[in-house]
Design a protein around this ligand. Structure first.
Ligand SMILES: Nc1ncnc2c1ncn2[C@@H]1O[C@H](COP(=O)(O)OP(=O)(O)OP(=O)(O)O)[C@@H](O)[C@H]1O
Length: 492
């Protein structure tokens, strides 16, 4: 205002004077001056000036702590006993400071060397700090995280609230198998943080058991898991009759079925998550293999048969292989590919059989090449598979889309299956008993629990017509719309 008094008058000067004299502006300037004159910075403890030359170079980290938690967890190294920073919570004080990192060794806090304490003692020391605290940590090369950002699909259910090892209850998340989430940051400790990508509900949290630190998005509701389907007898290609219940009833000793599984499947089964990407099939690409799984008797064959009947030019089953001899009315490549035992076994051992089994001394099975032959014709190959066989089919070559056919609840099943028959072979059909339906339900639950992570979609087969309409729509979407698939199918 003083300076303005010395300045020749002008409309601008007049306006500026009015602004500076307005009460709200005076209040703002007054607040500024009050803040500026006080030193709100904490007094940092002086750096020690006598550091022995022999001492390993240290970073001295000064954190000023208020009521907020530090946002880091610590652990004791099993071998050395060192106290290490275990995790840095996303968005917490430690992370925002940019000074502490997972894996840092805490040497001293508040000028006192850390005794060889249990993490609990350290926790008490750290927790008790108010204001500024110097900590000494050895320098550490910062290695950029190796794991790429990207989407992951959960392979297990995780109940965060029940996890004793979870680092902070307020951040804990729970999820079910099949959730897709996006990772933003991964540090050396296998934690990750993920951020919004647009769709879905965004939530932030930590999965303790799998050591994730996440802000993650549920883009996909989980789909389901699987069953135990065995050897089938062909009536004609595409309309196979199942022997699954037959095996359960009386022919168990005659039927031996196996499913081969490459070593990778064991890894996948044990993993907590799988890296996934969205895949949109180009119209000129081969179709994805459609795999139906479900407990015996649920209607897997019935649905496959109905789908093919709806459009036999578009949908087709793969022709299976057998070592039995050809009957007079059969044709090689139509009902079966008739091969020697040696050829069959070669296919088995070279992992070219998606599933195989033995019935009455003969081998039967469906090969990858038979599926490829259908896909090469530009058709959609539809097959039913034992859940154990999904792993073998899960290749970049076939890109299977797995649909779990699930029974509805017992009372609905009793109604819908009133006139249905269990087809055990060509000649024997028997009515479903209550125990068959119960067994089907139990098996469905086991399949979901064990193989749910592989299911892209679940159809509850209550009303047959509804289930068939759903199947048609899902199969169309699988071929025409973007779907989450393992990243290895696309980048390998
Ligand atoms: N939704 C449904 N409503 C009524 N009957 C059904 C329904 N789904 C299937 N069925 C009947 O149930 C019986 C068993 O079906 P299907 O043979 O397809 O079972 P599956 O799952 O292939 O088992 P398996 O391989 O052991 O035969 C058949 O008689 C079929 O017509």
């Amino acid at each position: 205002m003083e300076l303005l008094g010395e300045t020749p008058n002008s409309p601008e000067i007049h306006e500026l004077r009015q602004i500076l004299q307005a009460s709200h502006f005076k209040a703002l300037l007054s607040a500024h001056d009050t803040v500026a004159q006080k030193d709100f910075e904490p007094l940092l403890p002086p750096l020690p000036d006598t550091i022995p030359e022999s001492e390993e170079a240290m970073r001295i980290v000064c954190l000023v702590k208020n009521q907020q938690p530090l946002g880091a967890t610590i652990k004791r190294h099993e071998m050395t006993g060192d106290i290490l920073v275990a995790r840095i919570i996303h968005g917490g004080l430690a992370e925002r400071s940019g000074l502490l990192y997972a894996g840092d060794k805490l040497v001293e806090v508040l000028g006192s060397p850390l005794p060889h304490p249990l993490p609990y003692h350290c926790y008490k020391i750290l927790h008790g700090i108010q204001g500024a605290a110097n900590s000494r940590v050895p320098p550490k090369p910062r290695v950029p995280p190796k794991t790429p950002r990207g989407f992951r699909k959960t392979q297990l259910d995780y109940a965060g609230e029940e996890d004793q090892a979870a680092p902070g209850k307020e951040l804990i998340l729970s999820w079910v198998t099949g959730y897709i989430f996006y990772i933003v940051i991964i540090d050396q400790c296998l934690r990750w943080t993920s951020g919004p990508t647009g769709d879905g509900n965004v939530c932030t949290g930590v999965g303790g058991r799998v050591h994730f630190m996440d802000k993650f998005i549920a883009l996909n509701k989980p789909t389901i898991a699987l069953g135990f389907q065995v050897m089938m007898m062909n009536k004609s290609a595409g309309f196979r009759r199942s022997m699954r219940l037959c095996r359960r009833k009386s022919h168990l000793s005659h039927l031996r079925t196996s499913v081969c599984c490459s070593s990778s499947c064991y890894n996948a089964v044990g993993a907590s998550y799988e890296e996934v990407v969205q895949y949109q099939r180009h119209p000129s690409d081969k179709h994805r293999l459609i795999v139906l799984v479900g407990p015996s008797g649920v209607g897997v064959n019935e649905l496959r048969r109905q789908l093919i009947e709806l459009n036999p030019i578009h949908f087709q089953s793969a022709v299976p292989h057998t070592t039995r001899s050809k009957k007079s009315y059969e044709m090689n490549g139509r009902e079966y590919h008739y091969v020697s035992k040696e050829t069959f076994e070669n296919l088995m051992y070279s992992h070219r059989m998606l599933e195989y089994g033995e019935y009455k001394g003969h081998l039967y099975g469906t090969s990858v090449d038979a599926v490829q032959a259908v896909l090469d014709q530009g058709k959609v190959c539809v097959m039913d598979l034992e859940p154990q066989g999904i792993q073998v089919a899960r290749t970049q070559e076939l890109k299977p889309y797995v649909i779990f056919i699930k029974p509805s609840n017992l009372s609905c099943m009793k109604l819908s299956r009133k006139n249905a028959k269990i087809i055990t072979d060509y000649f024997v059909e028997m009515k479903f008993k209550d125990e068959d339906l119960q067994e089907m339900e139990d098996l469905a639950q086991k399949m979901e629990a064990q193989f749910g992570q592989y299911f892209d979609h679940v159809i509850v087969n209550d009303n047959l017509q509804d289930a068939c309409v759903q199947l048609l729509s899902v199969v169309r979407k699988a071929q025409e719309e973007p779907q989450w698939v393992p990243a290895t199918w696309i980048f390998s």
